[in-house]
Design a protein around this ligand. Structure first.
Ligand code: ZN
Length: 130
């Protein structure tokens, strides 16, 4: 059982809070108790959970990843987006989130973020029961 939604990114790298969209997907799937898998079927994007209260946190993570994995470097991949591929692998393409009473179980400060590393593009996020 799965569903999906689209995310439109606006810059080359961007963290977008998709907590509301994931909760809507859980609602649509009718998951009451258990868990859902949030999965990003892309090789230059990722999904992560981190603080959503202060947008500077996502900004700082994005900036630090770009410092750790610069756009130019000793890359062989000719498409010019090797940094995006490396970041995607570092952050990961899925998160499993518990669901209790139909609600995502997240800490007070936690949110689910779509991570764009080679935008702007229109992306897909899958939400399903594992
Ligand atoms: Zn590539």
């Amino acid at each position: 059982m799965q569903t999906s939604f689209r995310v439109r990114t606006r810059s080359r790298t961007q963290f977008i809070d998709i907590t509301g969209e994931v909760q809507s997907a859980v609602d649509g799937l009718g998951v009451e108790d258990g868990s859902v898998l949030v999965y990003v079927p892309h090789t230059t994007a990722a999904v992560t959970i981190n603080e959503s209260a202060d947008p500077d946190v996502a900004r700082d993570i994005d900036a630090k990843l770009s410092a750790l994995v610069p756009k130019s470097g000793d890359y062989r991949h000719s498409e010019g987006n090797s940094d995006g591929h490396v970041k995607s692998t570092l952050v990961g393409c899925s998160e499993t989130i518990l669901v209790d009473g139909g609600r995502l179980v997240l800490g007070t400060w936690q949110g689910v973020f779509f991570c764009e590393f080679d935008g702007p593009r229109t992306r897909t996020v899958l939400v399903g029961t594992p």
